[in-house]
Write a protein that binds this ligand. Structure first.
Ligand code: NAD
Length: 252
């Protein structure tokens, strides 16, 4: 098993990519904290893992709230004694709103979850990793964090920020035994589409104008396999970088 006795937090783990990461980490021997705003769905993921003889616990956590982040890390350490792997996966979309129509509220909401959340979980986890001289951070970015128009302005800017945060941490803490990488998924079949409840017509047309070039949609487990690689010692020399998993869409 690749993650035997490791303690991992996965945020946004009640659905989609996060759920698949939680399941595969548990199968590989990790004790997994399934963190999400949707506690019922998080508990269902825990039941699935424990039914398969895995170890997991659900913690309700809105990553945009400092108090929830503090509670998430503190409760993890109380429950399992330490933290080895932090997966910042929770993220929300932005209804494809272009820059000219952005509200401060939407910008702050998207940045709160997609950027400030990961910064806070990392800030809180860092003393634990530094004390052990070991730790792994995996951030779910997006090809929207590498390319200009896969979503609206706020989502795009937020995922570019995640990539920057990843590279900054990867380099700065490289001598402290800490690795930080990101995954940039292309289109993946999850529930995130349900959060697009009022798409901006112009923004969506511009953002989806290259969709015909997408070879295919991915499945959450295809991203989770990359997250397993990045969390395990198989990727011991991989740090401060982004792995794209998009069936080749962005290679066009
Ligand atoms: P999803 O909607 O299926 O799952 C996201 C989960 O995050 C949900 O369980 C939701 O309750 C939770 N969540 C939302 N806000 C939260 C918050 N503030 N705090 C804690 N949890 C919260 O979506 P997904 O597609 O699995 O998305 C996971 C990540 O993958 C996101 O960061 C997303 O931006 C990224 N991503 C997805 C795709 C895709 O095509 N699905 C592509 C690129 C990147």
């Amino acid at each position: 098993m690749k993650l035997e006795n490791k303690v991992a937090i996965v945020t946004g783990a009640a659905s989609g990519i996060g759920k698949a990461i939680a399941i595969i980490y548990a199968k590989e021997g990790a004790k997994v904290v399934v963190a999400d705003i949707n506690i019922e769905a998080a508990q269902a993921v825990v039941s699935e893992i424990t039914a398969d003889n895995g170890a997991a616990t659900a913690i309700v956590a809105d990553v945009a709230k400092q108090t929830d982040v503090d509670n998430l890390i503190d409760t993890t350490v109380k429950t399992y004694g330490t933290l080895d792997i932090l997966v910042n996966n929770a993220g929300i979309m932005d209804n494809f709103v272009p820059a000219g129509d952005l509200t401060d509220e939407l910008w702050e909401k998207v940045f709160g979850v997609n950027v400030t959340g990961p910064m806070r979980t990392i800030r809180k986890a860092m003393p634990i990793f530094l004390a052990k001289k070991k730790g792994v951070i995996v951030n779910t970015a997006s090809i929207g964090g590498l390319q200009g128009s896969r979503a609206g302005a706020a989502y795009t800017a937020s995922k570019f920020a995640v990539v920057g945060l990843t590279k900054n941490i990867g380099f700065q803490y490289a001598l402290s035994g800490i690795r930080c990488n990101a995954i940039a998924p292309g289109g993946v079949n999850t529930n995130i589409g349900k959060t697009i409840n009022n798409p901006d017509k112009f923004g969506m047309e511009r953002a989806t104008s290259g969709s015909a070039n997408n070879p295919r949609m991915g499945e959450p487990m295809e991203i989770a396999n990359v997250a397993l690689f990045l969390a395990s010692d198989d990727s011991s020399f991989v740090n401060g970088t982004v792995i794209t998993a998009d069936s080749g869409w962005t290679a066009y």
